[in-house]
Design a protein around this ligand. Sequence first.
Ligand code: PMP
Length: 285
Amino acid sequence: YDDRDGQIWMDGKLVPWRDAKVHILTHAMHYASSVFEGERCYNGTIFKSREHSERLIRSGQLIDIDIPYSVDQIEEAKAAVLKANDMQDAYVRVVAWRGAGEDMGVASARNPVRMAVAAWEWGAYYGDAKMQGAKLDIAKWKRPSPETIPSEAKAAGLYMICTMSKHAAEAKGCSDAMMLDYRGYVAEATGANIFFVKDGEVHTPLPDCFLNGITRQTVIEMLKERDITVHERHIMPEELDGFQQCWLTGTAAEVTPVGQIGDFRFEVGTLTREIAESYEKLVRA
Ligand code: PMP
């Protein structure tokens, strides 16, 4: 991703893509002092853009990073990037981190907080699996308790076990991994939330130790508008046997059907297809 044309916004100005660099003694690289957002722009408009900017600031607060930009300034930065790169449809990545400076120990309060915005084209997150139903492994790593880490933050440190789980899943020929939480309940995939369907009703894990995704909340609203009952609750992995359909939600994943998790199989059913299509329409509206 580093060697290409384009412009990236860094600390208040646009720089050529290849020059958007940081020093090796950047605090974030050693201690994961970084928060980020993943957003999608459809036909020139970022879906729920302000909500993402607000979440970025909140994620920062949760891990002691005071982002020196307001929501309006973050919005302007994203708009500047899309304009400079002449993009209508793109994935937008905003990242804020503790930079290099006075401190190189664990504490870094004196180091500057920096921010960057990049945008690029990113098709279906699960590639061909998108409409056929993705195959998921069950991760061995568990999502941590909110007493262990601020688990509702979209913070880099929370992704270490996600990357490891996704690598392990891919090595087994799967697209992703479903992760359980510290209590053994179903949590989410490594970068997307999860939904199940049983006898026309929807069941989805209660987001009490992982990201309550913006796509997740959007899909729950869509289901409620259709008078479909949504149970937000703790789900045991044994229950997967009784579910007929399953899908993932996320900015990158959008609504992706799941065909298999471990030995459990699901059909790409009518409701899954309807929700995927409605989401597609909504984001482009
Ligand atoms: N969980 C994790 C771990 C994620 O990385 C993402 C993607 N941001 C999601 C859930 C879905 O969140 P959203 O719908 O806000 O993109």
